[in-house]
Write a protein that binds this ligand. Structure first.
Ligand code: FES
Length: 360
């Protein structure tokens, strides 16, 4: 019996796997045909130019297409839509996506058609790199740089640099959406004399008798709670929508708390700001602006969940604990036609303290 047919020998010893080696190198058309090479170069440049065009179209779409408004039934006008979505969003997403995609396709095409196409093999060796290996790596990187032809192909190099530069344009243009600096925006809200105080979300006006001692209610000025049926709108009240509504609401939100009138300490000049033991304060914490709503019923203290600033609603919103530097702004109230209304806007800015404001 020959060694080859011995059934007691392990298979590997009987039939060793031979190293198949590398397949024969087949040059690409671009390796042997200068015309094909130039054509591939122009194709790569074409992708980078297409990327630049998409970046420019992004900017055009940003400035020319209307965001479109949602109708009451949740749909948009036909002119504001594109396959049922906001035309502006679709155009911005598509153009930016294509700008990035064309750069990617261009780079892949460059690597497949024009960069060096030499097969290499290397035996495995221990992971730790020797000094010699590091030098070899650096040399290989240098060779790769030369083989990429970036120095020899100014058309590809320049269009790639152009595409990378242009694709930054949408990011710069998008900075415009950061909005204006706050300026004095927190110094005024939509509250004014006679504005009805209504419950948040449902928008119903509030009578003093609706609240029992200890009740805490989130409230808004009338006109900031969008009513879905126009017939529910009250004459003479301006109902805001969209971004205007969100901005106004974020500044004007208040909380009402009813306590025993004997527990209230009226601050100087605030003797008539409460109604039958009901007080109204801004809902925005004066530390860094979290919405406040945790009430300690026994003490009339209101706690901010973010950093535990605590305000005494029985004593002009005074800070009794925590990092807030100012009392909560109080909204002066009165009763008209049986309902709670504001006497005026807040008498001080709402929201977090900022550097140009005195802390009081
Ligand atoms: S935001 Fe209220 S304590 Fe910091």
């Amino acid at each position: 019996m020959s060694e080859h047919n011995d059934p007691n020998l392990p298979v590997a010893a009987a039939e060793p796997i031979r190293d198949p080696g590398l397949p024969a190198h087949v040059p690409r058309p671009t390796d042997i045909d200068p015309k094909a090479e130039r054509r591939a170069e122009r194709q790569v440049a074409g992708f980078f130019l297409a990327s630049m065009l998409m970046a420019v179209l992004f900017c055009v779409a940003y400035f020319t297409l209307d965001l479109g408004k949602l109708e009451d039934d949740g749909t948009r006008k036909a002119t504001d839509t594109f396959i049922g979505l906001g035309a502006s969003n679709v155009a911005l997403g598509v153009t930016l996506g294509l700008a990035l995609m064309f750069i990617g396709i261009g780079v892949i095409h460059w690597a497949r058609k024009l960069m060096s196409d030499v097969e290499m093999s290397e035996l495995r060796h221990p992971a730790a790199s020797s000094e010699e290996d590091r030098e070899e790596t650096l040399a290989a990187l240098q060779a790769g740089l030369e083989e990429s032809g970036i120095a020899r192909r100014p058309l590809v190099r320049n269009t790639l640099l152009g595409a990378l530069g242009f694709v930054g344009l949408p990011l710069i243009v998008g900075l415009r959406d950061l909005g204006p600096l706050p300026g004095k925006t927190l110094e005024k809200t939509v509250w004014k004399e006679g504005t009805r105080i209504v419950r948040d979300v449902i928008g119903t006006p509030i009578r003093p008798s609706d609240l029992e001692v200890g009740d805490l209610v989130n409230a808004q000025p009338e006109g900031l709670v969008p009513l879905h049926h126009e017939e529910d709108h009250r004459e003479g009240v301006e109902y805001l929508e969209g971004a205007e509504l969100q901005v106004a609401k974020s500044k004007a939100s208040v909380i009402l708390l009813r306590m025993e009138p004997k527990d209230l300490k009226h601050g100087k000049g605030r003797e008539n700001w409460a109604v039958e033991g009901i007080v109204a304060y801004s809902k925005i914490c004066t530390h860094v602006g979290c919405p406040i709503a945790l009430n300690e019923r026994q003490t009339h203290h209101l706690l901010c969940p973010c950093h535990q600033s605590t305000f005494d609603l029985a004593d002009s919103g005074r800070v009794v604990f925590g990092p807030a530097a100012r009392a909560l702004p109080q909204l002066p109230m009165k009763v008209v036609d049986g309902y709670l209304v504001a006497q005026s806007d807040f008498t001080e800015p709402v929201g977090p303290s900022y550097w140009e404001r005195d802390s009081k």
